[in-house]
Design a protein around this ligand. Structure first.
Ligand SMILES: NC(=O)c1ccc[n+]([C@@H]2O[C@H](COP(=O)([O-])OP(=O)(O)OC[C@H]3O[C@@H](n4cnc5c(N)ncnc54)[C@H](OP(=O)(O)O)[C@@H]3O)[C@@H](O)[C@H]2O)c1
Length: 318
């Protein structure tokens, strides 16, 4: 396993990934702006341009999308914003995903057709989904394209060939997966080099530790991208006992680490796990984006990392 020497690097160094990691080769910073909730933010295209500029000023140049976010509306708004300021595209990395077909009442969505929600990783569907994302975003390539969720009917050989062909055509620069199990990741990675597995991880969702996913990715030198690092906002819920405990422990550590906010400790907890994770921030608040960047500067010691785990689980490790 890679030694944990990166904590000694400057924050600027650490915002860029490791040179050997496929996401770093795309120029992606370790903090990524998540676009899932953009429809809730009720931003105009102009306001989104402003948000993008502010993120880029903080070094957060990567933006995480999926075709189904807002049933295509998020990518469309982002495309409108890029059209307002075309200088932005060359200064950012765009990530998008496909493979979930939402079904019903989604005429405008690539995930439409039929009443059922289901998964589709067929090569024809993936190619069509990429084309549609490019059209909505008004760009000629995705920097990173991910299969959103594992499809029970997927054929690993076909997916690998489809991904390679999308790269060769210049439609995507790199390919990866999201929410894949350890075995699913290994089977596909053996056929085509995967840039990442985008997975859920937070003090409230530690399945990636229990399944050895983080260890396997670290061994493969593939960095995970972490979604819902704050438990999808649960960390802020005052009525939630576990959240209250975790927040209390984090607040108690803020001074020790000279952190500007306890939220920076929350992100530092994620950055501390093996495999040089990339963290996707889900907030429109620039303070939260800044806290994630600050979290990269903080090297939690083992006892403090485990104190947060214990607070979330409500019991000590066995
Ligand atoms: N691959 C997948 O299957 C998958 C699944 C889910 C998400 N994702 C990606 O991961 C990204 C992040 O996920 P997430 O949105 O669940 O992340 P998160 O950061 O765990 O949660 C975001 C929530 O926390 C709230 N929050 C953040 N800072 C706050 C603060 N200072 N005070 C109060 N509330 C605060 C946000 O509200 P405010 O906006 O009001 O701050 C938002 O509701 C998504 O945007 C998406 O790109 C991927």
């Amino acid at each position: 396993m890679r030694p944990f020497t990166e904590m000694e690097k400057s924050s600027e160094d650490r915002l860029s990934g490791e040179s050997t990691d496929a996401l770093a080769k795309l120029g992606m910073p370790r903090v990524v702006a998540g676009m899932w909730r953009v429809c809730d933010w009720r931003m105009s295209a102009g306001e989104l341009v402003d948000f993008m500029h502010r993120c880029i000023e903080l070094g957060v140049t990567a933006f995480d999308h999926a075709d189904i976010y807002g049933r295509g509306a998020v990518e469309s708004l982002f495309g409108e914003a890029l059209a307002l300021d075309p200088s932005l595209r060359g200064r950012m990395q765009i990530v998008s995903k496909a493979g979930i077909r939402l079904g019903a009442s989604s005429a405008a969505s690539p995930a439409g057709e039929g009443p059922l929600k289901y998964y589709d990783s067929s090569p024809a569907y993936l190619r069509e989904a990429v084309e549609q994302s490019l059209r909505r975003l008004g760009t000629d390539h995705l920097d990173l394209f991910l299969i959103h969720r594992p499809d029970s009917l997927m054929n690993m050989d076909d997916i690998a060939l489809a991904a390679q062909s999308l790269v060769e055509q210049g439609k995507i620069r790199a390919f990866g997966v999201s929410n894949f199990s350890v075995r699913q990741f290994e089977l596909l990675h053996a056929r085509t080099a995967l840039a990442t597995n985008q997975i859920e991880f937070s003090p409230f969702a530690t399945g990636a530790l229990d399944s050895d996913m983080l260890a396997v990715l670290a061994q493969a030198k593939v960095s995970p991208m972490i979604w819902s690092p704050l438990g999808g906002g649960r960390l802020f819920s005052a009525t939630d006992e576990a959240a209250r405990r975790v927040r209390g422990v984090m607040a108690g550590l803020q001074q020790k680490y000279g952190a500007a906010s306890w939220l920076a400790i929350a992100y530092a907890w994620i950055f501390r796990v093996p495999g040089a994770p990339y963290v996707i921030v889900g907030s429109r608040r620039l303070d939260s984006v800044q806290a994630a960047v600050d979290g990269l500067r903080i090297a939690l010691d083992r006892q403090d990392w485990y104190a947060i785990l214990e607070a979330a689980r409500g019991r000590p490790v066995p």
